[in-house]
Design a protein around this ligand. Sequence first.
Ligand SMILES: *Cc1c(COP(=O)(O)O)cnc(C)c1O
Length: 368
Amino acid sequence: MDCSCQERVFNFSAGPGVLPLPVLKEAQRDLVCYPGAGASLMELSHRGKVISGIFDDAEARLRRIMNLPEDYHVMFLQGGATTQFCMVPMNFLGEKGADYTEQGTWSKKAMGEAKRLGKVHLVWSGNEGGFKTLPTDEEMDVRPDADYLHITSNETIHGLEFQHDPKDWGVPVICDCSSDFLSRPIDPKKYGMIYAGAQKNVGPAGVTVVILSDSLYKRVIPDERRPIMMDYRTHVEGKSMHNTPPVFAVYIVDLVLKWLEEEIGGLEKIHALNKKKAALLYKAIDESDGFYKGHAAKEVRSLMNVTWRMASEELEKKFAAEAEALGMCGLKGHRSVGGMRASIYNAFPYEGVERLVEFMADFKRRNG
Ligand SMILES: *Cc1c(COP(=O)(O)O)cnc(C)c1O
């Protein structure tokens, strides 16, 4: 089995990432004719009962799974997490300026968009350390009167993840959760806003989940020049249906949420599975006598994206090629940082990590 054949492989892709097989099968079964609709979901008006039922179901499931307080708004938007990088400052960046962490590639991009629009205060940067660690609460220089604080819960490329919810700074926290959304329980009340591109952990590309507290929502800065599509009020008032929403993507998200809720049993359960997978892989790295060198500092290792380097790029290439021939695909690190990266999102099976760890031991024996 290799990555070019018809068989499904162990897919370590960082994004779009692996989806649960039962979800794909159900979508396939109902693709041409959705039960009770007489047509494919892709052929139905978003104003009709079937689609609005799916949107309602997805929102209700999300609220249950996350234990979301009533006064949080849920939106399904387009443009990816990258569009949130600009919508956030467009709506919330005022005279005081916003506070940003620089934790890696994605948080840097988010901050870059805010800088185009106004004043930004850097509360912490991991740049000099080569983005191997994350700040403790004490290390973060958050201003008590900032318009908001922006953080990234999981830096997908470097493999760094905050191990706890942010502390209460008295400032609304806006969090890019794209790559660890719904991978563990969090306390939503610690956040003013959470956003996540679906294609890492909860669905296909094309939809971004945005969860916004009503208290932060009320702080949207009035601005007549802001394009309507860039204004959160448009999407809250229009219930994510101001214009044609990404119907099919939301349908798949709904199926993934159903899988997470009914087959897995919620966030505590998926967190336990995710911890078990990551522990197995980090153990293989730690016990390799430096043959595999983990990138992230131990305290902030991501449960979702496991990153490591090897002695040379040549060896890394060989590793990736051999793994691919054995049906383990997507292990090459991001082009900007190199090395190896195994993305083991919610839907990634434990057996795939076992297979990888066996291969790592074997590869080390032959090349160590
Ligand atoms: C992938 C990713 C993004 C970019 O998402 P798009 O949907 O491609 O815009 C942003 N932030 C994080 C943390 C990511 O992992």
